[in-house]
Design a protein around this ligand. Sequence first.
Ligand SMILES: NC(=O)c1ccc[n+]([C@@H]2O[C@H](COP(=O)([O-])OP(=O)(O)OC[C@H]3O[C@@H](n4cnc5c(N)ncnc54)[C@H](OP(=O)(O)O)[C@@H]3O)[C@@H](O)[C@H]2O)c1
Length: 436
Amino acid sequence: MTTPPDAATSANQGAAPVCNVALLGFGTVGSSVAKILCERSNTHLSLSHVLNRNVARKKVDWLPSSVQWTENIDDVLSSNADIVVEVMGGLQPAEDWIRRALQSGKSVVTANKQLIARCGPELTSLARQRKQQIEFGASVAGGVPVISGLHQGLAGDELFKICGILNGTCNYILSQIELNNVPFATALREAQKLGFAEADPTEDIEGLDARAKLAILARVGLHCNVRVEDILARSIAAIDAVDFEYANQLGCTIRQISWAELKPESKPDLLLAAVQPALVELSSPLARVEGSKNLVVATGTYGGETVFGGHGAGGHPTAVAVVSDILAIARSKQAAITDLGQPSEKTPTVTADFTTRHYLRFLVKDRPGIIASLATILSDCGINIDAVVQKPGCPKSHLPFLITLEECPAALVDQALRQINALDFLVQPCLHLPIL
Ligand SMILES: NC(=O)c1ccc[n+]([C@@H]2O[C@H](COP(=O)([O-])OP(=O)(O)OC[C@H]3O[C@@H](n4cnc5c(N)ncnc54)[C@H](OP(=O)(O)O)[C@@H]3O)[C@@H](O)[C@H]2O)c1
């Protein structure tokens, strides 16, 4: 940290030292961070470097001329920057550069969920060794201060469950299918046109983005060391407009839900964790999350439910989270690190075997005896049917209908579906969603 040149004068005695910030990446989030740092004059933060590949095309005239533009990480590492902000994304070179920044005595702020989900514990322990800090508040739910909320605001509770909507793209697509009664492919195309979905939407649609965020929340909030790959991620691509009609008849809607819950008193520790489309009651806060927003509900033994909600993405909201992390580090170089390494004393077995009610939606070529064949398989597996619902007036060659099941373990339903999906009257595999 640098003392301002005039701080020695009596009027400025006690002024906070200036904290120099270097930005790695000048894209959506990086340029918003730069804007906030330049426009907010009372932060004692000074942007010293902007690094980007092929940097000439990135230069803008609204940054002070004192900012050094560079393509070379060594310019940043050998400089007087106090905090390095990584907003490039990707695993490499982001990981190497963060390590090198910590080793050079600089603290780090990153918005990189995939990196923190995979290497968070090692990076926080490296930061601790080097007496630096690493903060990653923007890596989950963009501008929603859920990481600091779990780490600081709810530190006094013993949290056992975190669930929520962590991917705005999926929430937007599902909301559009519901509102406009359009097929999945149409809603996806529209989301891509409006910039809510990437050209390659796989990470979002298949639940991979949300499960990286869930792994981070499980570490910070539940103190569970979880490997990202151990969390089940299921696609939303099979959801159709008809599923919302059926869900509505059950008093529910469909959302991509990320869920991590410690099972009480299980030995060894057991963590139920999955990212999947699920039915949620219309009255639940999860059902009311609009468009691309995010919502996280944390449940603790003493404080009950706490809800965090807001913009889960976008340059400015995410940049607010980044700048808040920068300020937290600048305010107290001694503050405790948001810890991903040490208090994660549990290394639970991760399972997606939720015991809930279930929604099975079939698309069949109609003929007599279909319900009887399905009922036989379900009953042989020890599963009770709750209801059978069929919309009138659908074509016999593509007949959608719904079976809901009474509460039973998901593994039992998967076992029944292995037999059911081999039946020749099915036009496509059965869509199976938990009813939460
Ligand atoms: N956007 C959001 O709403 C949001 C929300 C939460 C978290 N995040 C996270 O924030 C990070 C940044 O996201 P973003 O949306 O700002 O991405 P972006 O718009 O693609 O910006 C990334 C910037 O980093 C530069 N860059 C990438 N790799 C580089 C490398 N190897 N060397 C030098 N420069 C490199 C890119 O340069 P080019 O121009 O050459 O590509 C680009 O300018 C990601 O980790 C993302 O997951 C984003």
